[in-house]
Each structure stands twice: as structure tokens, then as C-alpha cells.
Design a binder for this molecule. Structure first.
Ligand SMILES: [Zn+2]
Length: 566
């Protein structure tokens, strides 16, 4: 491709609402232009990267014998009412009515169509597993489109559906699909972790979300590189691994702390650190009062607490309720005469000594309290953080933000029971099929690739996803000794099957180099001053490595670099 003939409008400025690194580079690198909230023009360079992503996904689906189909974009109301989803998706979906007054939804996902297809093609156990996928545009009436192409109103999804004789077969296939997902993301150069997730509106039992690690991610996740454990941060168990030291007991003393009821005020007043305190928070859980003790710099995980005490409604206690237990708002503590309150301390406090707690008296705290002074139940009631260890193997727990790139579900008979989709088993009995579904967002993959592979100059595309392996830059197109060599090299590379972006524009060389770095092709070949001597320069974007090569050896060297990085 000749740059002079190609629609690749790089630019310096980005719109104010380009709120992520990925979006800023997509604008700068001429990949997208915004139409309106959540709607974009996708330009050629973006589409070429998408084709690379699609290629990798298609190879993955083939490897689990999944066949490509295309379902209609519109689903009529009757079908969605049969599955109970006409109302379940609510206002997120676009609806329309045809000239005869029939209602349709623009398909969110296609469990219903896949089930109807299985009904046609699966007659007996010999037709199983039956597995299809499509790569299709999806539409969503987002209330607040954000993060550019990540949460837009129109996007591309790969959605796959599999049908099986029983749940054991389903899980075998589900696990194969999980492996394929891991390998697809890996081939695309992405660091992605599978997190056990809540299945929400989709129904079903087992499901995993595939989260791309990102500083700008939408969800907090924890993962362990040693054993592969991963979970939404909220659900990560904190391990009970601290021992109570019983050598110290009853060493505490009262201190006057005027107007210091928050941790921040106490830190300033006592000149110590938040982790030298134990916070005492009183909760009303379905009418019962609980005092929760937690290290000063930690957060109570209210969903863990609600589960622990079996409450549906959990709120911080009112001033009146705090008074009723025999304490004072802002100076609550676990030591002393308290009524009608159960004390629960976080496991971590077991390892603490010589800390400060409220004294249940105005402007007063107790200093020098030790874990063994506490009369309480011990439990896991806080959010894990990166000081915690992996609950599965004890290894290092990493906490990061993540973006969901894919989601797989073992649905079971959620849909096949609605349509009574059956097959005849080995013994001649008619049985309902069981089902899995497997989604993957594509624009999000491109955004994550940029998010995980860039520097201050621009994108650094992994070899597998780069549409052009080589950016061929001629420094001065008006110098025949350079342009003739470049033209010839362009043909040589293209004829050898190496995709090249040939920068033949009549502009400053500096601007060409900046664009090459911005769009992030893996190899740059420069034909400049030394062309007359038969020398070209090769720059590798990822490593910053520079090589001088004889022009006749460029093809061989380029091929060597490509094969070393694929
Ligand atoms: Zn682990």
C-alpha cells in the first residue's frame, strides 16, 4: 500500500472526550473518527487490524470444530417471548416495528437462533456436539456510552453456541473453549485473565469473564501468576494466617483526643500512621447491630459482611443506635461495657499489637491495645489488596484494573427447555439438549492491544496483528537515487508476500518517522542518504534496535525478524 493513496489521516490533536490511552492513539493514528456519542467511523487501518483479530479468532473456533454461520440481525418478539428475554434485556436493546406492526429486537446475543438451528440439525447423539459461531455487529442502547469503542452503541462480537447430550459433555467442551480463548488472547499479544463471574441476565451456572489487564480498566480484579487463580476483587478471600501474640495483655491506657474522630484527624493529632489504628464500624444488619473491627487503612467489604451475618439489608448504624450500645459516634471501640452488639474483627488484626481504638467516650481513645485484649469473633470482612496472598496457592496476589474482553457460560438447559429442543440418546430416549455460549468483543480487543502495547511515541503492534509488517520510508521522494531504490524494494517485498506500507509522501522525513512510530508497525525500513551506497536502515519498533543492512539483504532480514516474532 502506498501511503499517498491510503486513507490514514494521522493527527496531533485528540477530542476532549477521548478518555483512554487507546482512544487517544486511535484518533491520532487515523483509525477512528467519532460520529456521535458511542458511534464511530472505523477507518481502513482499524479495519485491517480487526481482520487480523478475526483471522486469529476464526482459527481458534475451527480448532474446536465450531462452524461459522450468520444469524439475522433482527429477532421477532415471539421468539424472545418464548425464551422470556423480550423484557429481560430492558432498555439496553433497540426495538423496532415493521410495516405490519410486528415487533423486533436488534439481536443482543443469539441463544434463541442457535437453539432453533440445533433443533433442525441435531437428531441423535451422533450429531453432537453441535457448535456454531458468528462474527456479527451488535447494537446496544447504552445509557452513557464511554471509553470510546469499548462501551459504544454499535460493536462487533464473536458469539458461539454449543449443544451437548449432558452436562459432563458440556463441561468438556467448555474447558476446551476456555483453552482456545486463552490461546487467542495470547496470540494477539494480550495479557488476559479468566475470572469466575456472575452470569447476570444470561442465566446458567458456570461462567468466566476474560479480563484484559489495564490501568484504565473498568473493574478491579485479583490474580496470581503462580497458579492462575483470578477473581473479581470483591470476592477474593483474605486468608486467616496471622497468630495472636498473647505475651502482651491489658497494657492499654486512655488518651484524650479532642476533636479527633476520624482516622485522618487522629493521624495528625497522634503523629502516627493509619495502620496503627483499628477502626470500629457499627452496622445495622436486618435490625441487629454488629461492630466490625478493621485496620485503619482498610475497607470493610460489605458484601462479605452481609454474607457472614446472613443479612439482606446492611447499613451503617445511626448515631442513636451507636448510643444504644453504650458508645459515642466517632469514638467507637471494642473495649468496655457494651450492650446488644456483636463484635467481629478482621483476621488481619490477629497479627496487630499496640494499636489505637475508640474508648466509647467523647474525645477519648485507648492506646496500646493488643489483639489478645479483644473479645470478638474473627472473620474475613475486608477487601483483599496486593499485600494479601493468593487464597489458592499462597503465592503473590496481584491487584489490577481490567476490561472485560470475553465471557463464556455453561448455560445448561436455560434455552433448550424453552424451545423443548431434543435429541435421541444412545438408548433411544428423547432428551433435552444442554448448551454453552461463548462471547468475545472485537473492538475491545483492538483497544486492549493498544492499551497494553504503546509508548509515548505511539502504538507498538505485535507482529500477529500488524496489518503492515514493514513501514518503508523514503527520506526524500524527490531524490531519484532514493526513490528508485525504494520503489524497487517496495515491489520486491510485496512480491515476496510481505505487507508493506510504503511512505512515498512528499513531506518532511521527520513527519514520516513520527507517523511510522505512531501507527506502530513492527519494522521500519528507511531509504535515505546511504541509498547510493546500497545501504538501508532497519528499525525495530518494539525494541528500538537499529540495523544497517545492504539493500539486497533487506528481504531476507525482514523475513527473519517477522518469523522470530510470530
Ligand atoms: Zn496462586
Amino acid at each position: 500500500m502506498r501511503y499517498s493513496k491510503f486513507l490514514l489521516p494521522t493527527q496531533k490533536e485528540t477530542p476532549a472526550d477521548a478518555d483512554t490511552v487507546a482512544m487517544r492513539y486511535m484518533y491520532k493514528a487515523g483509525m477512528v473518527r467519532k460520529v456521535s456519542a458511542g458511534m464511530f467511523h472505523y477507518l481502513p487501518y482499524f479495519n485491517m487490524i480487526m481482520r487480523k483479530v478475526e483471522y486469529t479468532i476464526r482459527r481458534g473456533m475451527e480448532s474446536v470444530d465450531c462452524s461459522e454461520v450468520k444469524f439475522p440481525l433482527l429477532i421477532d418478539r415471539e421468539i424472545l417471548e418464548t425464551s422470556g428475554r423480550w423484557t429481560a434485556f430492558g432498555k439496553e436493546m433497540f426495538h423496532l416495528t415493521d410495516r405490519n406492526g410486528a415487533d423486533y429486537t436488534v439481536s443482543p446475543t443469539n441463544e434463541e437462533y442457535a437453539t432453533l438451528l440445533a433443533e433442525q440439525f441435531v437428531k441423535s447423539h451422533r450429531d453432537l456436539p453441535f457448535s456454531v459461531y458468528q462474527i456479527q455487529r451488535k447494537y446496544r442502547d447504552e445509557i452513557r456510552p464511554r471509553n470510546g469503542v469499548v462501551r459504544s452503541r454499535e460493536f462487533t462480537m464473536k458469539d458461539a453456541y454449543s449443544f451437548h447430550a449432558n452436562d459432563e459433555d458440556l463441561m468438556v467442551y467448555y474447558n476446551r473453549m476456555a483453552d482456545v480463548y486463552a490461546s487467542i488472547y495470547k496470540k494477539l499479544g494480550l495479557k488476559v485473565v479468566p475470572v469466575v463471574a456472575d452470569s447476570g441476565a444470561m442465566g446458567g451456572k458456570i461462567c468466566h469473564e476474560y479480563m484484559a489487564i489495564s490501568e484504565e480498566g473498568e473493574a478491579e480484579i485479583a490474580f496470581c501468576d503462580d497458579c492462575g487463580y483470578a477473581a473479581n476483587l470483591e470476592t477474593v478471600e483474605c486468608v486467616d494466617n496471622k497468630k495472636i501474640d498473647t505475651t502482651y495483655k491489658g497494657h492499654w491506657e486512655e488518651i484524650i483526643t479532642p476533636n479527633s474522630s476520624t482516622i485522618e484527624e487522629l493521624v495528625n493529632f497522634l503523629h502516627c500512621k493509619p495502620q496503627d489504628f483499628v477502626k470500629s464500624l457499627v452496622y445495622n444488619a436486618d435490625g441487629k447491630l454488629y461492630m466490625v473491627l478493621i485496620r485503619g487503612d482498610r475497607q470493610v467489604n460489605e458484601s462479605k459482611l452481609a454474607k457472614l451475618v446472613g443479612a439482606t439489608n446492611l447499613e451503617l448504624a445511626t448515631e442513636k443506635e451507636i448510643k444504644s450500645i453504650g458508645s459515642v459516634l466517632g469514638f467507637v471501640g471494642p473495649i468496655g461495657e457494651l450492650k446488644n452488639v456483636k463484635i467481629i474483627a478482621d483476621y488481619e488484626i490477629k497479627g496487630m499489637r499496640d494499636f489505637v481504638v475508640g474508648a466509647n467516650k467523647k474525645d477519648t481513645h485507648l492506646r496500646g491495645v493488643d489483639a489478645c485484649d479483644l473479645k470478638c469473633d474473627w472473620a474475613d470482612v475486608r477487601f483483599a489488596d496486593n499485600h494479601d496472598c493468593c487464597p489458592k496457592c499462597g503465592g503473590k496476589l496481584n491487584i489490577s484494573m481490567g476490561n472485560e474482553l470475553g465471557h463464556i457460560f455453561a448455560l445448561g438447559k436455560r434455552y433448550t427447555s424453552c424451545f423443548n429442543t431434543c435429541f435421541v440418546d444412545k438408548d433411544g430416549y428423547k432428551k433435552q439438549l444442554t448448551m454453552g455460549c461463548y462471547g468475545m468483543g472485537l473492538e475491545r480487543i483492538v483497544a486492549s492491544i493498544i492499551d497494553q502495547h504503546h509508548d509515548e511515541k505511539g502504538i507498538i503492534l505485535p507482529m500477529n496483528v500488524a496489518p503492515f509488517k514493514v513501514d518503508l520510508v523514503v527520506v526524500d521522494v524527490n531524490k531519484p537515487e532514493q526513490s528508485q531504490v525504494a520503489e524497487k524494494l517496495y515491489t520486491t517485498l510485496e512480491d515476496a508476500g510481505v505487507p508493506v506500507l510504503y511512505d512515498d509522501r512528499d513531506i518532511r522525513a521527520g513527519a514520516k518517522f513520527a507517523d511510522a512510530e505512531l501507527i506502530g508497525g513492527p519494522i521500519r525500513v528507511t531509504i535515505g542518504r546511504r541509498a547510493a551506497e546500497g545501504v538501508a536502515e532497519i528499525d525495530i519498533r518494539e525494541t528500538g534496535e537499529k540495523l544497517e543492512v545492504n539493500i539486497i539483504d533487506v528481504l531476507a532480514k525482514v523475513k527473519e525478524i517477522i518469523s522470530s516474532k510470530m
